[in-house]
Design a protein around this ligand. Structure first.
Ligand SMILES: NC(=O)c1ccc[n+]([C@@H]2O[C@H](COP(=O)([O-])OP(=O)(O)OC[C@H]3O[C@@H](n4cnc5c(N)ncnc54)[C@H](OP(=O)(O)O)[C@@H]3O)[C@@H](O)[C@H]2O)c1
Length: 288
């Protein structure tokens, strides 16, 4: 187990599933772990669990609903007020939504939580990461990104096309994670900050709880048999954050600790640059 003493890690979506398992693992390795969650109760439960099971006191909580940009900014400010360095930023919080709806910022929810929060939080903390270099960013994506042949800039709001259980919007947001990783890696070249994306596998977590009816019951019954546990799902995420062999390696997409070629759409550099500029505009950072 790699020694993470002195390393400061911020992980989002750490109150359930993969993020919670990763936070425990990282705390056990001696890292100072800041866990972000949207519910004070679930944050308190997670902190108590990590202190009890991980034997770690170097863990703290930050409350933020990442569907709103105001809260993403509050999270970045809250982190800065408590820490003077950031060695690893793990963008993991994610959700899938059965029904289409907009956030307070007027963005479709999957796009807002699964992509815009990764983008804005990273941009807001980039100077801290650079000052702490060598530093790492890991973006949790998904094999679901392969569902789209191209990133559909004309359907960011999901009004043109919305498939069952919101899977089209979820898949597009996961494609955005890889495009964002690709463009960010290009921009961070030579800074000592690396960024990679990953797929955790099919993991038995809270992610599919919006699938109701017979589909939900079937998945619920089969999940413990065929899906990974959250601990198994966290393995590649923790490995990307901590492994010595990942030092200096950036811009990749990983599955089961192996570099894997993402879809052609995820390797579209023009789309990656367009998404970067659009995202900057959508969160008021100005067009780049
Ligand atoms: N499970 C899989 O099979 C699978 C496969 C591929 C990729 N992934 C990716 O893995 C990541 C983690 O998901 P998971 O499977 O561990 O699901 P999960 O058990 O539902 O955990 C998701 C985490 O994100 C948090 N979250 C959701 N919406 C949020 C919001 N608006 N603001 C702040 N936090 C929010 C949740 O908070 P609460 O605790 O408050 O709900 C929870 O802590 C996601 O990015 C997902 O896309 C999962």
């Amino acid at each position: 187990m790699s020694d993470m003493q002195g390393k400061v890690i911020l992980i989002t979506g750490a109150t359930n599933g993969i993020g919670r398992a990763a936070a425990l693992d990282l705390a056990r390795r001696g890292a100072t772990v800041a866990v972000a969650g949207r519910s004070q109760q679930r944050l308190d439960d997670t902190l108590a669990m990590i202190r009890a099971e991980g034997g770690s006191e170097t863990v703290s909580g930050l409350l933020a609903d990442l569907s709103t940009q105001a809260d993403v900014r509050r999270l970045a400010d809250g982190f800065r007020s408590k820490h003077d360095r950031l060695d690893m930023l793990l963008n993991n919080a994610g959700a899938s939504f059965r029904e289409r709806a907009d956030t307070a910022d007027g963005l479709e929810r999957s796009f807002a939580v699964n992509h815009m929060a990764y983008y804005l939080l990273t941009r807001l903390l980039l100077d801290m990461l650079q000052a702490s270099a060598p530093a790492r960013i890991v973006n949790v994506s998904s094999e679901a990104h392969r569902q789209l042949k191209t990133f559909d800039f004309d359907n960011l709001d999901g009004r043109k096309r919305w498939t069952m259980f919101g899977f089209s919007a979820y898949s597009q947001s996961k494609l955005a994670n890889i495009l964002f990783t690709r463009e960010l890696a290009r921009r961070l070249d030579g800074t000592g900050v690396t960024v990679n994306a990953m797929h955790p596998g099919a993991v038995n977590t809270g992610l599919f709880q919006n699938i109701e009816g017979i589909g939900g019951r079937v998945i619920g019954a089969l999940a413990p048999i065929f899906m990974k546990t959250p601990e198994q799902g966290a393995d590649t995420l923790v490995w990307l954050a901590t492994a010595d062999e990942m030092a200096g390696r950036s811009g990749g997409y990983y599955d089961r600790r192996r570099l894997r070629e993402p879809s052609a759409a995820a390797q579209d550099d023009a789309a990656a640059q367009r998404l970067w500029s659009l995202s900057a505009e959508l969160c008021g950072l100005g067009v780049e």
